[in-house]
Design a protein. Structure first.
Length: 108
């Protein structure tokens, strides 16, 4: 009975993790990119590199900082869209307050 309960718990946990959608940002308007983030809350957008030929770049973009992980904050960036650069948010590691000039006040 215990193995069945453990398998059921694993299945229920795995079911809660939804798949994230992937899009090519250069084939849609900026309004469409922002609309996708508004409805799906997070998505992966890919686009070609400006510096290296045939190199696709991609990242996870979010509707707001509420969809970032622990110790992450949302940062505004732009990605290419069919009608120009599009402002979106992506998650970055939260800055460590002990990494600046006042780090002498931090305990480690």
């Amino acid at each position: 009975m215990l193995p069945v309960a453990a398998a059921l718990a694993v299945t229920m946990t795995a079911g809660q993790a939804g798949a994230i959608s992937r899009y090519n940002s250069t084939t849609m308007s900026c309004e469409r990119v922002q609309g996708i983030l508004a409805t799906q809350k997070a998505a992966i957008f890919r686009y070609p590199s400006k510096r290296v030929a045939n190199l696709p770049l991609y990242d996870r973009y979010v509707r707001s900082g509420a969809y970032c992980g622990p110790h992450q904050v949302a940062e505004q960036v732009t990605i290419p869209s069919a009608n120009g650069q599009c402002p979106v948010l992506h998650c970055i590691q939260e800055p460590d307050p002990c990494d600046d000039i006042f780090s002498v006040f931090c305990r480690r």
